[in-house]
Design a protein around this ligand. Structure first.
Ligand SMILES: C[S@@+](CC[C@H](N)C(=O)[O-])C[C@H]1O[C@@H](n2cnc3c(N)ncnc32)[C@H](O)[C@@H]1O
Length: 386
């Protein structure tokens, strides 16, 4: 190797060493920068993570707190509603006792002049209910049935006046054991009792030996002779399925009628819900119905009747209610009832002028001559017990 070669090599090494040194220096700087960068990123990330952890922890705490608060609130609501129910029940009880006292006082005061029988009748129904020798024949006619029947009969007597019944001819349709009709026999009426079930007749005639029992399936026949002063059409219409024909036959056979039935919650004058029924006091043909009140009223109008619908709570008893407002749910529920005092064209003189304005106790719905829609929508309902 010549000296000049050595110089070249030395020069090359020196250059290479310088380049390497420079490279290392830059690499070191880069590494430092990267470390700085990492540190500056890692720090906020870890802070963020800590914050998130703390938030998650707070959220869990908050949820637990909410659940706890909810439980406390629920307990408070239950406690308050229990207290409210107790207060209301005692107020209702007091109101009810007052109501009965006032009504009894009215009946005693005004009607004892004519005859004290309404009060005696109540005693009689009570005695029947509690007489161990004569226990109620079946569930339908026991329990709150006594209270309910007293209220309905008392309201009917109030409507017509206690002296109306003497000498009158009354037809008690779907009479069951004749609880309702026989009370009017005590007020001097002659009562024809009718039910599809012959089995009731013995008990009916024991209750009212002066009465007559006619077995009739009211969905298919109306075998009664002559005209009646009053038809007691109580708790039977909704056990029938051929309503139009039945209502028409009733309207043509009497001057007055008390029409009481379960109905569905609708103001559609075409609506009748049909139901399947079974039981000793249910539809004889296993098919019942829940017409809307509007349907019944339309039928009555069609036959030239005036009708006043009971609008107060005087006949409410247990789950049986008359003073409810239609909410168009188009359903029926057990105990949703209506009662009308009906005057047919056979009534010689209108008993009372129909008021234009609805009163608190009754609301006049009938106007002679208004034609009602004729066709009923048929809907199938579910099975119901009375
Ligand atoms: C819920 S009870 C009402 C009894 C009574 N009117 C009262 O309010 O206490 C219904 C009555 O209607 C009778 N019934 C059911 N379907 C009938 C039908 N197709 N023809 C005649 N009566 C019927 C039953 O036998 C039963 O006695």
């Amino acid at each position: 190797m010549t000296p000049s070669d050595c110089s070249v090599q030395l020069f090359s090494f020196t250059i290479l060493a310088l380049w390497g040194w420079q490279f290392n220096k830059q690499l070191k700087q880069l590494t430092e920068k990267q470390t700085l960068l990492n540190n500056s990123l890692l720090q906020p990330i870890s802070t963020l993570k800590t914050t998130l952890d703390s938030l998650a922890y707070q959220q869990v705490n908050l949820q637990q707190h909410i659940v706890q608060e909810n439980k406390i609130l629920q307990q408070q609501v239950i406690q308050q509603s229990n207290q409210l129910t107790e207060t209301l029940s005692s107020q209702y009880e007091a109101h009810f006792v007052d109501f009965i006292h006032n009504l009894t006082a009215t009946i005693n005061g005004t009607e004892s002049e004519v005859n004290n029988q309404p009060v005696q009748l109540e005693n009689q129904i009570q005695a029947e209910e509690y007489d161990p020798k004569n226990p109620p024949k079946a569930d339908c006619f026991s329990g709150h049935y006594t209270d309910w029947t007293i209220k309905r009969v008392r309201r009917i007597i109030q409507h017509f006046g206690a002296d109306f019944f003497a000498g009158k001819r009354i037809l008690d349709l779907g009479c069951g054991y004749g609880h309702v009709g026989s009370l009017f026999a005590h007020l001097g009426a002659t009562v024809v009792y009718s039910d599809a079930r012959e089995a009731y007749s013995e008990e009916v005639l024991k209750r009212d030996p002066s009465g007559t029992f006619v077995r009739a399936d009211l969905d298919n026949e109306f075998p009664f002779e002559g005209q009646f002063d009053l038809i007691l059409n109580v708790g039977v219409l909704y056990h029938l399925s051929k309503l139009d024909a039945f209502i028409e036959r009733c309207c043509k056979a009497t001057a007055y009628m008390v029409l009481e039935t379960e109905v569905c919650n609708s103001s559609d004058p075409n609506l009748v819900l049909y139901t399947e029924e079974e039981g000793y006091d249910q539809a004889f043909n296993a098919k019942g119905s829940r017409p809307s009140s509007a349907y019944v009223e339309a039928q009555l109008r069609q036959h030239g009747c005036l009708a006043e619908a009971l609008a107060d709570d005087s006949c409410n008893s247990s789950f049986h209610r008359y003073d409810w407002a239609v909410d168009e749910s188009t359903t029926y529920e057990h105990g949703l009832r209506r009662l009308w005092f009906v005057q047919t064209p056979l009534a010689k003189k209108p008993k009372a002028k129909p008021s234009k304005k609805a009163t608190k106790e009754t609301a006049t719905i009938g106007i002679v001559g208004i034609k009602a829609p004729a066709v009923a929508k048929k809907k199938q309902g579910s099975s119901v017990k009375n």
